[in-house]
Unconditional design. Structure first.
Length: 170
């Protein structure tokens, strides 16, 4: 099989699995909001953060106080799903075809939990929340919620990989 075909299969599988896992994470956020009144992440802030990067501004003191930009919510939601796909690509690069053909729970949950390093050390500090949400009113609660959400993302990776095997078999 050519390298181009292998890359195409990797990307196609990662798109299916990454989107599926991100949907599972979003369903989790909706459940938390409806059952416990926990507000989900405002993806407009993510879009705003990304929109300011070409202007040379990567980190903000408080992203909520930064001037909004056009279509920031759309940019944030698209980025959210692209990040899910990128994470799926990374997982597949580490686990290879064996996991893709026979997904197992432990690698998916472990990887999902590890992805929390992205918000802890990149997104939260750059949005003005501090490293691992240190500047939030309840940092340990924020850290736990982030970790739990990323474990749920890992479950989503697993379930999406199972669906991928059952219905798409690429």
């Amino acid at each position: 099989m050519s390298d181009e075909l292998l890359l195409s299969k990797l990307v196609t599988n990662a798109v299916i699995i990454g989107i599926g896992a991100t949907v599972v994470m979003d369903i989790w956020a909706i459940l938390l909001q409806r059952i416990f009144g926990i507000a989900p992440l405002n993806f407009a802030f993510v879009g705003r953060w990304l929109a300011y990067m070409p202007r040379g501004v990567v980190c903000h003191d408080d992203i909520s106080r930064v001037e909004p930009v056009a279509v920031e919510a759309v940019v944030g939601w698209v980025a959210h799903y692209l990040i899910g796909i990128i994470f799926a690509i990374v997982l597949l690069m580490f686990t290879g075809n064996a996991w893709l053909m026979e997904p197992s729970l432990l690698p998916a949950i472990t990887f999902g939990a590890l992805t929390v390093t992205f918000p802890y050390f990149i997104m939260q500090p750059c949005l003005g929340l501090g490293i691992a949400a240190a500047k939030t009113p309840k940092p340990n609660v924020a850290r736990f919620r982030s970790l739990l959400t990323h474990v749920v993302f890992g479950l989503g990776l697993y379930f999406s990989a199972i669906i991928n095997v059952l219905f798409f078999a690429l």
